[in-house]
Design a binder for this molecule. Structure first.
Ligand SMILES: *Cc1c(COP(=O)(O)O)cnc(C)c1O
Length: 220
């Protein structure tokens, strides 16, 4: 199938409240342009350098989503244009995003990455840490960021029941934390689901699926 046909097929599966983030890491700009021509306006990258190289080569109405682990010393490179940072996994990172956003007189939308998988290696807050951050005093001075929801990666497994349980637990946390009322907290987005599990994620209430290989083919 062509990229355009695959994107259309995925779009047809998404409920109205769920957006497709086309994950374009490692893929050449020509393929991003094909996805753009097929109507795609949201691209997800996990490496800062790659996003910074591609961004000027695509039309200006593309939304760039940082989905992978972000080092504090690299925030400055994406701060001028990034649309949403899905992978905020520490207060230190959030403070740096705030500082760089202020330099560009922007408010940068962020998601807290929550550790829901069984793998030890995945980044993210646990539930108690996320709740403490959202209710804690450290957030008060950060007027150039806005926390708009949560992101999580399910365990890489064939056990669909386990994946579903992990997405359900993230959805429950999202629902609970949605009641937090602060000037820089406004939950609207729950980023969960990738090529292998986005259909489960949709059923469990995802508002953003991050799909790469199902559209662009396997990465080397
Ligand atoms: C690579 C990546 C994806 C997309 O993975 P696919 O299996 O290719 O769809 C989604 N989310 C994150 C955080 C990723 O790093």
């Amino acid at each position: 199938m062509t990229i355009a046909a695959t994107i259309q097929q995925i779009e047809d599966q998404l409920p109205d409240h769920t957006k497709l983030i086309a994950v374009t890491k490692t893929k050449p700009v020509a393929l991003l342009q094909q996805a753009y021509d097929a109507g795609c306006r949201r691209f997800g990258e996990n490496k800062v350098q790659e996003m910074v190289e591609k961004q000027p080569l695509l039309p200006a109405d593309v939304e760039w989503h940082q989905i992978g682990h972000l080092q504090t010393n690299k925030v400055k490179y994406i701060a001028p244009f990034v649309s949403l940072i899905h992978s905020v996994d520490s207060l230190k990172l959030l403070q740096e995003i705030n500082k760089q956003a202020a330099r560009h007189q922007r408010v940068i939308d962020c998601l807290l990455q929550i550790h829901i998988a069984q793998e030890e290696t995945k980044f993210g807050f646990d539930e108690a840490e996320a709740e403490a951050l959202l209710n804690g005093p450290e957030l008060a001075p950060l007027s150039n960021i806005r926390i708009v929801g949560l992101m999580g990666l399910a365990t890489n497994t064939d056990d669909e029941a386990q994946i579903r349980r992990e997405f359900q637990s993230l959805r429950q946390l999202y629902n609970r934390l949605s009641s937090v009322q602060r000037p820089n907290v406004a939950f609207t987005e729950l980023s969960m689901g990738m090529s292998g599990d986005y259909l489960i994620a949709i059923e469990e209430g995802s508002t953003m699926v991050r799909v790469g290989s199902a559209i662009f083919g396997a990465r080397n």
